[in-house]
Write a protein that binds this ligand. Structure first.
Ligand code: UD2
Ligand code: MN
Length: 576
């Protein structure tokens, strides 16, 4: 999952990060040579009773910086940990190992107290306790993990225990999804015996996060369930605003604002409630972040009030236990990772509930750039989960997802139980959901054309081809032999004259043809398909789209209807 930077909002988070880095510890503040100290086995101390907590925490850390050489305790108040540029070889190796195992800087995390302090990210509006009911329901907090780093997992649990009113936490249920890292075995039980609220549940085999969450729910007794990833940090006052919403209406499912914990420095980044994002998705069934739509802003007096969200990111939310059960918890046919967040979001809305993001509740999460653990070999897990989701919940709209994956649905198993669940609950249609809950989503069926865009020149087998999405914006759009598998060759021509995929639009400003965030004001993103000559004519330049003789790139040239290289076939074209 990407961190919540949205196209329309790049500036906001960008600025927040820039200014936060301005406050970062200066290189010069860090002693130039910090010698790594090999793991100290506290064997003598271990025999003594009771063991001081801080020492127990240290026991799992492999490499320690001598605290005396640091100006202050690293990472306090959410500050970044900056490692020295010239690291001795063994320290460098320890840092690299940490990255390899976790896809974040474990070494930096190990230097930070598992009880570190954080800034209070709440708006003033949130701190008026009269806003929350006094009689809130208890919650069990369920944290599933597969091979999580020791310091990160402990910090997650301690942030829950340290920053939640004691009487509102039933249990903290740690579900070990068959980890093989040695520190997650007996050492974990030993550590948490000092914390009676913490219960450790172990799966008998690798289940994936979805079935691990179902397993955790089976041990829960409190009226509310709260799920967290195993690399989170809860901030002051995170819990009450969530429970308050459920206390008022048990069909409200709530998510905190997910703040970014930097994967390298572990710095805690946050924004005020004007920077809150809501969740959406695209037709590849990938989750995406968006600014709060205007229609939603109009419903509120303060940006700190809970906002409706079409979808949730997935990892961090609270739900009434009975309502979750009524919704059939999760589809246990979902494996390892992915899709379950949309499943729960769709059915929450379609089956009588409400999904909200609560700006007064902030929880940090380490967003990783890759998945550090093993998935299943030989199965496309994410596609299988997504097809199950589409089959059960998306009605005719499932075809748009299938088109994106070249209609190659693979084996998605049996979903008859899940269809029956939907029927028994008498849930609303997906059409209703799109019209009422996510009207911003562009629907391929509303486009003039959707599918491949094929050039007729030089043999007529070349398609417009480019990855889209935030990371790929401003890069030039290429060509590739047509493959009929959707993916990077799937485009839509909108009624407004955009050639787009999701929120990325084909844009020509005089140099290369690139993808750019759709702006909806025609100009450089305005294209017309001339049905009779098959040309794609560009608005502001008056030029036509063509391909090079080597078929390796797009060109913009003076329109000439006799040139085959300027002729295009648009799939599913309906110009009427
Ligand atoms: C996001 C969600 C995540 C989940 C996922 C889609 C947030 C912040 N994170 O991905 O919770 O909804 O989208 O499925 O919203 N885990 C297991 N067993 C596994 C794999 C993972 O227990 O086989 C644990 C893992 O240790 C972690 C949690 O599940 O605590 C989520 O995994 P992730 O952090 O890799 O997912 P993320 O944040 O990229
Ligand atoms: Mn995560």
């Amino acid at each position: 999952l990407e961190d919540p930077v949205v196209d329309s909002d790049l500036g906001a988070l960008g600025n927040a990060i820039d200014s936060a880095q301005g406050n970062a510890i200066d290189e010069a503040d860090i002693p130039p040579t910090i010698a790594p100290k090999p793991k100290v086995a506290h064997s003598a101390e271990k025999k003594k009773k009771p063991v001081p907590k801080e020492k127990q925490e240290d026991a799992a850390q492999k490499v320690l910086l001598p605290p005396s050489e640091l100006e202050e305790t690293p990472g306090e108040m959410g500050k970044p940990v900056k490692l020295p540029k010239d690291m001795p070889d063994d320290m460098k190796k320890a840092v690299e190992d940490g990255w390899t195992k976790n896809a974040f800087n474990q070494y930096a995390s190990d230097l930070i107290s598992v009880h570190r302090t954080l800034p209070d990210p709440r708006d003033a509006w949130c701190k008026d306790t009269a806003r929350y009911l006094t009689d809130l329901p208890k919650t069990d907090v369920i944290i599933c993990f597969h091979n999580e780093a020791w310091s990160v997992l402990l910090r997650t649990v301690h942030s829950v225990l340290d920053r939640s009113p004691e009487h509102l936490i039933g249990k903290v249920i740690l579900v070990d999804d068959y980890s093989d890292m040695p520190h997650l075995k007996k050492q974990l039980e030993d550590y948490f015996t000092a914390y009676p609220k913490v219960q450790i549940v172990r799966g008998a085999k690798r289940e994936g996060l979805i079935r691990a969450r179902i397993l955790g729910a089976q041990y829960a007794k409190s009226p509310v369930l709260t799920y967290l990833d195993s690399h989170c940090e809860c901030t002051e006052g995170w819990l009450e605003p969530l429970l308050d919403r459920i206390a008022r209406n048990s069909t409200t499912v709530v998510c905190p604002v997910i703040d970014v914990i930097n994967d390298d420095t572990l710095e805690y980044h946050y924004r005020d409630s004007t920077g809150v994002n809501v969740g959406g998705f695209d037709w590849n069934l990938q989750f995406s972040w968006h600014a709060v739509p205007e229609r939603e802003k109009k419903r509120h007096n303060s940006s700190a009030e809970p906002v409706y969200s079409p979808t949730m990111a997935g990892g961090l939310f609270s739900i009434d236990r009975d309502f979750f059960e009524r919704l059939g918890t999760y589809d246990s046919g979902f494996d390892i990772w992915g899709g379950e967040n949309l499943e729960l979001s769709f059915k929450t809305w379609m089956c009588g509930g409400t999904l909200e993001i609560v700006p007064c509740s902030h929880v940090g999460h380490i967003f990783r750039k890759r998945s550090p653990y093993k998935w299943r070999s030989g199965v496309n897990v994410l596609r299988k989960n997504s097809v199950r989701l589409a089959e059960v919940w998306m009605d005719d709209y499932a075809q748009y997802y299938y088109h994106r994956i070249g209609n190659d649905k693979g084996d998605w198993g049996d979903v008859s139980d899940r269809k029956k669940l939907r029927e028994d609950l008498q849930c609303k249609s997906f059409r209703w959901y799109l019209d009422n809950i996510y009207p911003e989503l562009f629907i391929p069926g509303d486009a003039v054309a959707h599918g491949e865009i094929k050039n007729l020149g030089y043999g007529g087998r070349t398609c417009m081809d480019a990855p889209a999405g935030k990371k790929h914006l401003k890069k030039s759009v290429g060509t590739y032999p047509c493959h009929r598998q959707g993916g990077n060759q799937y485009w839509m021509l909108s009624k407004a004259g955009e050639i787009r995929r999701d929120d990325s639009c084909l844009d020509y400003a005089g140099k290369d043809v690139t993808l750019y965030a759709c702006h909806g004001s025609k100009g450089n993103q305005f294209w017309t398909y001339r049905e009779n000559t098959k040309q794609l004519h560009h608005g502001t330049s008056g030029k036509c789209l063509a391909i090079s003789e080597a078929k390796d790139k797009l060109l913009m040239e003076e329109c000439n209807s006799s040139l085959a290289r300027q002729q295009w076939m648009l799939e599913n074209y309906d110009g009427s």
